[in-house]
Design a protein around this ligand. Structure first.
Ligand code: 48F
Length: 258
Protein backbone atom coordinates (compact mmCIF):
# COMPACT_ATOMS: atom_id res chain seq x y z
CA UNK A 1 0.00 0.00 0.00
CA UNK A 2 1.30 3.45 -0.93
CA UNK A 3 2.00 5.98 1.82
CA UNK A 4 0.36 9.39 1.69
CA UNK A 5 2.25 12.34 3.20
CA UNK A 6 -0.95 14.19 4.00
CA UNK A 7 -2.31 11.24 5.96
CA UNK A 8 0.94 11.16 7.93
CA UNK A 9 0.64 14.88 8.64
CA UNK A 10 -3.02 14.63 9.62
CA UNK A 11 -2.31 11.69 11.94
CA UNK A 12 0.35 13.65 13.79
CA UNK A 13 -1.68 16.84 14.08
CA UNK A 14 -4.87 15.06 15.19
CA UNK A 15 -3.19 12.77 17.71
CA UNK A 16 -1.10 15.58 19.21
CA UNK A 17 -4.12 17.83 19.47
CA UNK A 18 -6.10 15.06 21.19
CA UNK A 19 -3.33 14.73 23.79
CA UNK A 20 -3.07 18.45 24.42
CA UNK A 21 -6.83 19.01 24.62
CA UNK A 22 -7.08 16.15 27.15
CA UNK A 23 -4.56 18.00 29.29
CA UNK A 24 -6.29 21.39 29.38
CA UNK A 25 -7.76 20.45 32.75
CA UNK A 26 -5.46 18.54 35.07
CA UNK A 27 -5.10 17.28 38.61
CA UNK A 28 -1.41 18.14 38.53
CA UNK A 29 0.76 20.09 36.08
CA UNK A 30 4.50 19.60 36.45
CA UNK A 31 6.81 22.31 35.15
CA UNK A 32 10.12 20.74 34.12
CA UNK A 33 11.00 17.17 33.14
CA UNK A 34 14.19 16.75 35.14
CA UNK A 35 14.59 13.73 37.44
CA UNK A 36 12.47 15.16 40.28
CA UNK A 37 9.61 16.22 37.99
CA UNK A 38 9.59 12.88 36.18
CA UNK A 39 9.57 10.89 39.43
CA UNK A 40 6.70 13.05 40.70
CA UNK A 41 4.76 12.46 37.47
CA UNK A 42 5.39 8.72 37.66
CA UNK A 43 4.02 8.36 41.20
CA UNK A 44 1.03 10.64 40.60
CA UNK A 45 0.10 8.80 37.42
CA UNK A 46 0.49 5.51 39.26
CA UNK A 47 -1.92 6.83 41.89
CA UNK A 48 -4.45 7.43 39.10
CA UNK A 49 -4.07 11.22 38.92
CA UNK A 50 -4.35 13.16 35.69
CA UNK A 51 -0.85 14.58 35.36
CA UNK A 52 1.12 16.25 32.58
CA UNK A 53 4.70 17.50 32.44
CA UNK A 54 5.74 20.52 30.38
CA UNK A 55 9.39 20.62 29.37
CA UNK A 56 11.09 23.51 27.60
CA UNK A 57 13.76 21.49 25.82
CA UNK A 58 13.66 18.94 23.01
CA UNK A 59 14.91 16.27 25.39
CA UNK A 60 13.54 15.44 28.81
CA UNK A 61 15.85 14.56 31.69
CA UNK A 62 17.24 17.95 32.73
CA UNK A 63 20.62 17.70 34.40
CA UNK A 64 20.71 13.94 34.74
CA UNK A 65 21.97 12.90 31.31
CA UNK A 66 25.41 14.35 31.87
CA UNK A 67 26.08 12.66 35.23
CA UNK A 68 28.90 14.72 36.74
CA UNK A 69 30.90 16.86 34.32
CA UNK A 70 29.73 14.73 31.38
CA UNK A 71 30.82 11.43 32.97
CA UNK A 72 27.45 9.77 32.45
CA UNK A 73 27.17 7.95 35.76
CA UNK A 74 25.22 9.15 38.78
CA UNK A 75 25.53 8.34 42.46
CA UNK A 76 22.60 7.52 44.75
CA UNK A 77 22.57 6.65 48.41
CA UNK A 78 20.90 3.65 50.06
CA UNK A 79 17.70 5.53 50.95
CA UNK A 80 16.90 6.26 47.30
CA UNK A 81 17.83 2.88 45.88
CA UNK A 82 14.33 1.38 46.31
CA UNK A 83 13.01 3.96 43.83
CA UNK A 84 15.50 2.85 41.19
CA UNK A 85 14.72 -0.78 41.98
CA UNK A 86 11.01 -0.17 41.56
CA UNK A 87 11.75 1.41 38.19
CA UNK A 88 13.94 -1.57 37.26
CA UNK A 89 17.03 0.60 36.87
CA UNK A 90 20.24 -1.24 37.65
CA UNK A 91 22.43 0.05 40.47
CA UNK A 92 25.96 -1.05 41.38
CA UNK A 93 27.37 -0.93 44.86
CA UNK A 94 30.47 1.25 45.12
CA UNK A 95 31.19 1.78 48.84
CA UNK A 96 28.86 1.48 51.79
CA UNK A 97 25.87 3.79 51.13
CA UNK A 98 27.15 4.75 47.64
CA UNK A 99 25.60 3.20 44.54
CA UNK A 100 26.14 4.15 40.92
CA UNK A 101 23.76 3.96 37.98
CA UNK A 102 24.04 4.74 34.28
CA UNK A 103 22.50 8.17 33.79
CA UNK A 104 21.18 7.33 30.31
CA UNK A 105 19.42 4.22 31.63
CA UNK A 106 18.02 6.28 34.51
CA UNK A 107 16.40 8.96 32.40
CA UNK A 108 15.23 6.77 29.54
CA UNK A 109 13.66 4.21 31.89
CA UNK A 110 12.14 6.78 34.22
CA UNK A 111 10.60 8.60 31.26
CA UNK A 112 9.20 5.41 29.82
CA UNK A 113 7.76 4.27 33.18
CA UNK A 114 6.14 7.67 33.76
CA UNK A 115 4.44 7.56 30.36
CA UNK A 116 3.36 3.95 30.75
CA UNK A 117 1.91 4.80 34.18
CA UNK A 118 -0.29 7.39 32.40
CA UNK A 119 1.60 10.69 32.65
CA UNK A 120 1.61 12.90 29.56
CA UNK A 121 4.90 14.57 28.75
CA UNK A 122 5.04 17.57 26.42
CA UNK A 123 8.48 18.64 25.29
CA UNK A 124 9.32 21.92 23.52
CA UNK A 125 6.79 23.81 25.64
CA UNK A 126 7.84 26.46 28.16
CA UNK A 127 5.88 27.58 31.16
CA UNK A 128 5.99 31.37 31.02
CA UNK A 129 3.44 32.40 33.64
CA UNK A 130 0.78 31.15 36.04
CA UNK A 131 -2.97 31.64 36.28
CA UNK A 132 -4.17 33.09 39.60
CA UNK A 133 -7.53 33.18 41.39
CA UNK A 134 -7.92 34.56 44.93
CA UNK A 135 -4.22 34.34 45.71
CA UNK A 136 -4.02 30.71 44.60
CA UNK A 137 -2.28 29.35 41.50
CA UNK A 138 -4.89 27.58 39.40
CA UNK A 139 -3.06 27.02 36.13
CA UNK A 140 0.02 27.31 33.96
CA UNK A 141 0.49 29.64 31.03
CA UNK A 142 2.38 27.85 28.27
CA UNK A 143 3.89 28.63 24.91
CA UNK A 144 6.12 26.93 22.35
CA UNK A 145 9.75 27.21 23.43
CA UNK A 146 10.49 28.23 19.83
CA UNK A 147 8.35 31.35 20.31
CA UNK A 148 10.45 32.27 23.31
CA UNK A 149 13.77 31.50 21.61
CA UNK A 150 12.84 33.52 18.52
CA UNK A 151 11.48 36.38 20.62
CA UNK A 152 8.19 36.30 18.71
CA UNK A 153 5.22 38.27 19.95
CA UNK A 154 2.74 35.39 20.20
CA UNK A 155 0.23 35.01 23.00
CA UNK A 156 0.31 31.84 25.08
CA UNK A 157 -2.37 29.27 26.00
CA UNK A 158 -3.45 28.20 29.49
CA UNK A 159 -3.77 24.88 31.31
CA UNK A 160 -6.05 24.66 34.35
CA UNK A 161 -4.81 22.47 37.18
CA UNK A 162 -5.61 21.72 40.81
CA UNK A 163 -1.93 21.73 41.75
CA UNK A 164 1.33 22.79 40.15
CA UNK A 165 4.64 21.09 40.83
CA UNK A 166 7.53 23.48 40.28
CA UNK A 167 10.40 21.25 39.10
CA UNK A 168 12.36 23.70 36.98
CA UNK A 169 15.58 23.06 38.91
CA UNK A 170 18.26 25.66 39.61
CA UNK A 171 16.55 28.60 37.82
CA UNK A 172 13.36 28.08 39.88
CA UNK A 173 11.40 29.78 37.12
CA UNK A 174 7.82 29.35 38.30
CA UNK A 175 8.52 30.73 41.77
CA UNK A 176 10.36 33.65 40.16
CA UNK A 177 7.31 34.51 38.08
CA UNK A 178 5.09 34.33 41.17
CA UNK A 179 7.51 36.45 43.18
CA UNK A 180 7.66 39.05 40.40
CA UNK A 181 4.02 39.20 39.38
CA UNK A 182 1.81 38.14 42.25
CA UNK A 183 1.26 40.66 44.98
CA UNK A 184 1.62 38.19 47.87
CA UNK A 185 4.31 36.59 49.99
CA UNK A 186 5.73 33.15 49.28
CA UNK A 187 5.58 30.54 52.06
CA UNK A 188 9.27 31.06 52.88
CA UNK A 189 10.81 32.77 55.90
CA UNK A 190 11.38 36.07 54.07
CA UNK A 191 8.30 35.75 51.89
CA UNK A 192 10.65 35.78 48.89
CA UNK A 193 12.87 33.23 47.11
CA UNK A 194 15.72 32.56 49.55
CA UNK A 195 18.19 31.52 46.82
CA UNK A 196 20.48 28.57 46.22
CA UNK A 197 23.77 28.24 48.14
CA UNK A 198 27.12 26.69 47.14
CA UNK A 199 28.05 23.01 47.18
CA UNK A 200 27.49 20.87 50.31
CA UNK A 201 26.17 17.48 49.21
CA UNK A 202 25.32 16.02 52.60
CA UNK A 203 23.42 19.05 53.93
CA UNK A 204 21.73 19.63 50.57
CA UNK A 205 20.39 16.10 50.27
CA UNK A 206 18.64 16.34 53.64
CA UNK A 207 17.46 19.88 52.96
CA UNK A 208 15.97 18.92 49.58
CA UNK A 209 13.50 16.64 51.29
CA UNK A 210 12.73 19.09 54.08
CA UNK A 211 12.06 21.84 51.53
CA UNK A 212 9.86 19.70 49.30
CA UNK A 213 6.54 21.31 50.14
CA UNK A 214 4.03 23.96 49.24
CA UNK A 215 5.80 27.24 48.50
CA UNK A 216 2.76 29.23 47.41
CA UNK A 217 -0.92 28.25 47.57
CA UNK A 218 -1.38 25.63 44.86
CA UNK A 219 2.35 25.28 44.08
CA UNK A 220 4.66 22.60 45.47
CA UNK A 221 8.41 22.75 44.90
CA UNK A 222 10.64 19.71 44.45
CA UNK A 223 14.22 18.89 43.47
CA UNK A 224 16.69 21.74 43.12
CA UNK A 225 13.92 24.30 42.93
CA UNK A 226 12.96 23.33 46.51
CA UNK A 227 16.47 24.19 47.66
CA UNK A 228 16.57 27.39 45.65
CA UNK A 229 13.17 28.48 46.98
CA UNK A 230 13.83 27.76 50.63
CA UNK A 231 17.55 28.64 50.60
CA UNK A 232 19.78 25.60 50.76
CA UNK A 233 22.90 24.14 49.21
CA UNK A 234 23.50 22.45 45.87
CA UNK A 235 24.67 18.83 45.86
CA UNK A 236 26.10 18.05 42.43
CA UNK A 237 25.74 14.64 40.81
CA UNK A 238 24.30 12.71 43.75
CA UNK A 239 20.66 12.14 42.78
CA UNK A 240 19.04 10.38 45.74
CA UNK A 241 17.58 13.64 47.01
CA UNK A 242 16.07 14.42 43.58
CA UNK A 243 14.38 11.02 43.39
CA UNK A 244 13.14 11.07 46.98
CA UNK A 245 11.93 14.64 46.55
CA UNK A 246 9.92 13.67 43.46
CA UNK A 247 8.32 10.84 45.42
CA UNK A 248 7.64 13.01 48.45
CA UNK A 249 6.00 15.77 46.42
CA UNK A 250 3.81 13.22 44.63
CA UNK A 251 2.64 11.82 47.97
CA UNK A 252 1.97 15.28 49.40
CA UNK A 253 0.00 16.44 46.36
CA UNK A 254 -1.86 13.15 46.16
CA UNK A 255 -3.00 13.62 49.78
CA UNK A 256 -4.16 17.16 49.01
CA UNK A 257 -6.15 15.92 46.03
CA UNK A 258 -8.05 13.68 48.45
O1 48F B 1 17.52 20.90 36.31
P1 48F B 1 16.71 19.67 36.38
O2 48F B 1 17.38 18.37 36.14
O3 48F B 1 15.93 19.71 37.81
P2 48F B 1 15.82 18.72 39.04
O4 48F B 1 14.81 17.66 38.79
O5 48F B 1 17.23 18.01 39.12
C1 48F B 1 18.41 18.72 39.36
C2 48F B 1 19.57 17.88 38.89
O6 48F B 1 19.48 17.60 37.51
C3 48F B 1 20.95 18.50 39.16
C4 48F B 1 21.29 18.63 40.60
C5 48F B 1 20.99 17.54 41.56
O7 48F B 1 21.84 16.53 41.56
O8 48F B 1 21.78 19.63 41.01
O9 48F B 1 21.04 19.75 38.53
O10 48F B 1 15.64 19.58 40.22
O11 48F B 1 15.49 19.76 35.37
C6 48F B 1 14.68 20.90 35.27
C7 48F B 1 13.99 20.87 33.92
O12 48F B 1 13.07 21.94 33.87
C8 48F B 1 13.10 22.51 32.56
C9 48F B 1 14.57 22.41 32.15
O13 48F B 1 14.72 22.48 30.74
C10 48F B 1 14.95 21.08 32.75
O14 48F B 1 14.78 20.02 31.83
N1 48F B 1 12.59 23.89 32.66
C11 48F B 1 13.18 24.95 33.29
N2 48F B 1 12.40 26.03 33.21
C12 48F B 1 11.28 25.65 32.51
C13 48F B 1 11.41 24.28 32.17
C14 48F B 1 10.09 26.32 32.10
N3 48F B 1 9.87 27.62 32.38
N4 48F B 1 9.16 25.62 31.40
C15 48F B 1 9.36 24.32 31.10
N5 48F B 1 10.47 23.63 31.47
Amino acid sequence: MKLDEVVISRAIIERYTEKLVECLDLDVAVAGAGPSGLVAAYYLAKAGRKVAVFERKLSVGGGMWGGGMMFNEIVVQEEARPILEELEIETRSYLENYYTADSIECISTLTSKAIKAGARIFNLISVEDVMIRDNQVTGLVINWSAVDVAGLHVDPLTIRTRFVIEATGHPVEIMKVIERKVDAKLLTVSGRIEGEKSMWADAAETATLMHTREAFPGVYVCGMSANATFGSYRMGPIFGGMLLSGKKVAEAVNRRLG
